[in-house]
Design a protein around this ligand. Structure first.
Ligand code: FES
Ligand code: FES
Length: 163
C-alpha cells in the first residue's frame, strides 16, 4: 500500500498543496509533480550539486531530501530567479562571463551562489578563494570554474558606477 501524505509548501512564492508518496524525493517532486525541470539530477546521491535548491533560504540537495520533509517550507528553484527575457544579475553575469557551457550544472550553481550572495549583502567583497570554497560542492565538467568565479566577482564587486 502506498504511503501518501499531503504536503503544503511554497515554491518560488506560490502556495502548493499536493498528495505525494512519502518515499518521493524533493527533486522528483519538483520535476515530476510540479514540472519544474530546471532542478537537474546528476548523481542522485548528494555529490554533484546539480539538484541544489533553497529551502527556507538554505541550500539543500533536493535528491537527498524527501518532498514530505519540505512540508511547510519555502522552496526556491532556478525557475524563481529570473526569466530568459529578464535575467537576474547573477544569471546575467554568468552569461557575460561565459560561466556555463553545457549548462547541466548551472541551476545548482546558481542556487548555491544565490545563497552565498544573499548572505554576503553588506559584506566586503569575497576573495576568489572564498568563492571557490562555496563552489566546492558543485561539480562542473565543462568550465574549469574560473569563469563562474569571475561572474560571482562581477556581481559582488562591480566596477565603480555599475552597482
Ligand atoms: S543529483 Fe543531487 S547531488 Fe547530485
Ligand atoms: S557547464 Fe557543463 S557541467 Fe557545468
Amino acid at each position: 500500500m502506498k504511503d501518501i501524505t499531503t504536503v503544503r509548501l511554497t515554491v518560488n512564492g506560490e502556495a502548493v498543496e499536493r498528495a505525494v508518496e512519502s518515499r518521493v524525493s524533493l527533486a522528483d517532486f519538483l520535476r515530476d509533480d510540479l514540472r519544474l525541470t530546471g532542478t537537474h539530477l546528476g548523481c542522485e546521491h548528494g555529490v554533484c550539486g546539480a539538484c541544489t535548491v533553497l529551502v527556507d533560504g538554505k541550500s539543500a540537495r533536493a535528491c537527498l531530501m524527501l518532498a514530505v520533509q519540505a512540508d511547510g517550507a519555502a522552496v526556491r528553484t532556478v525557475e524563481g530567479l529570473g526569466t530568459p527575457e529578464n535575467l537576474n544579475p547573477l544569471q546575467r553575469a554568468m552569461m557575460e562571463h561565459h560561466g556555463l557551457q553545457c549548462g547541466f550544472c548551472t541551476p545548482g550553481m546558481l542556487m548555491t551562489l544565490t545563497e552565498f550572495i544573499e548572505q554576503r549583502r553588506d559584506s566586503p567583497p569575497p576573495s576568489e578563494a572564498e568563492i571557490r570554497e562555496v563552489l566546492s560542492g558543485n561539480i562542473c565538467r565543462c568550465t574549469g570554474y574560473q569563469t563562474i568565479v569571475d561572474a560571482v566577482m562581477a556581481v559582488l564587486n562591480p566596477p565603480d558606477g555599475a552597482a
